[in-house]
Design a protein around this ligand. Structure first.
Ligand code: F6P
Length: 372
């Protein structure tokens, strides 16, 4: 029996999405003789039944393209803005799945997408996901596609900032994406030789950062690069947040909200935080400071070779699983291969940087100040 599969991309776009669509599409069409249709703009397109043919031609010439040919959105099936209200559209989505005679739905996305996919699985749909995000924060997979490309972009930015920081004897504070995880700032900071790396998982003392910068000046290097994750937090803010959590009434099960990592507890004022940090470092060191916010540059453009390879490996493994009728899983990267991980084991988890992770240890060994 020919299988019919639908595919969508959800959440922030990420380099490698088109490579993954091509991987799933070509393997399912050409190797297994399945039918595949795309839904536009994530779960919203599935709710509105806006489809895109993916029958061969559309899958050509997209391997190297950035973004996603399907479009994406951050809409959630159970909380979708419709006509000025926020409604649960899950039943409409389930209806469209059946109206399109789908045997499986492939969702390419990050942490939020894994949760949404699990909800649809619980409604009886055959769902299968792939882990994509530049943040590298999806649980149960070695890595996510998009991360390697963003790592390269952020590292190149740090390389370029070095020469201007050096020439002007300045501090350059470069803000790197990653949401509530520090993988991108840590990886790019190490690869770019940042003098200070601040990540959400290690609350920082601004005086420790200032002293590291002053020490560099004393040793004849009156310039510094501070790589700061957008979710980084000072120890002072961290303690204030814990105290606020402590005051919160206990939840039904008697437990309080998770205390670690701290930045999960609140909305993060990304750019504002970085600007304030730069100002403070100016005051404490007497050096001039400048801020560079890399922002969405890190998500744009062609995917790296490593991301194209990873997305293709995961995409073709996804087609294999659909062929076997193995659903309710995320196709995770595991060493050189892949493995199917139950959505229940992934959804709702965030893979943050363990403070004693080998990358952190390496950064410290080469003299990088981690803010503590
Ligand atoms: O999850 C990817 C990511 O780029 C995060 O690093 C960042 O915090 C967020 O998305 C930005 O989201 P948006 O593109 O919706 O502003």
């Amino acid at each position: 029996m020919t299988k019919y599969i639908g595919i969508l991309t959800s959440g922030g776009d990420s380099p490698g999405l088109n490579a993954a669509i091509r991987g799933v599409g070509k393997a399912s069409l050409n190797h297994y003789g399945m039918h595949i249709i795309g839904f536009r703009d994530g779960f919203r397109g599935l709710m509105e039944n806006r489809t895109m043919r993916l029958d061969g031609g559309q899958l050509s010439d997209i391997l190297t393209r950035g973004g996603t040919i399907l479009g994406t959105s951050r809409d959630k099936p159970h909380r979708m803005p419709v006509g000025g209200k926020v409604l649960d559209m899950t039943d409409v989505i389930v209806g469209n799945y059946h109206d399109n005679h789908l045997d499986a739905l492939v969702c390419l996305g990050g942490g939020g997408t894994q949760k949404n996919a699990l909800r649809l699985k619980e409604k009886g749909l055959n769902v299968i996901t792939l882990p994509k995000t530049i943040d590298n924060d999806v649980a149960m997979t070695d890595t996510t596609f998009g991360f390697d490309t963003a790592l390269g972009i952020a590292t190149e930015a740090i390389d370029r900032l070095h020469s201007t920081a050096h020439s002007h004897h300045r501090i350059i504070v470069v803000e790197i994406m990653g949401h509530r995880a520090g993988w991108l700032a840590l990886g790019a900071g190490i690869a770019g030789g940042a003098d200070v790396i601040l990540i959400p998982e290690i609350p920082y003392e601004v005086e420790s950062v200032a002293e590291a910068i002053r020490e560099r000046s004393r040793s004849g290097k009156p310039f510094s690069i501070v790589a700061v994750a957008e979710g980084a937090i000072s120890m002072q803010e961290h303690l204030a947040m814990l105290a606020a959590q402590d005051k919160k009434p206990k939840t039904k099960g008697g437990k309080k909200g998770a205390a670690i990592p701290p930045a999960h507890a609140t909305e993060i004022q990304y750019a504002d935080h970085t600007l304030r940090l730069a100002k403070k470092l100016e005051q404490l060191t007497g050096l001039e400071a400048r801020v560079t916010i890399l922002g969405h540059l890190q998500r744009g453009g062609i995917p790296s070779a490593a991301d194209r390879l990873l997305a293709t490996r995961l995409g073709t493994a996804c087609a294999d699983l659909i062929n076997e009728g193995h659903y309710g899983v995320m196709v995770a990267a595991k060493g050189d291969g892949t493995r199917a991980v139950k959505l229940d084991d992934v959804a709702g988890k965030v893979k943050t940087v363990p403070p004693d992770h080998p990358w952190v240890e390496s950064a410290r060994r080469v003299g990088t100040n981690m803010g503590d």
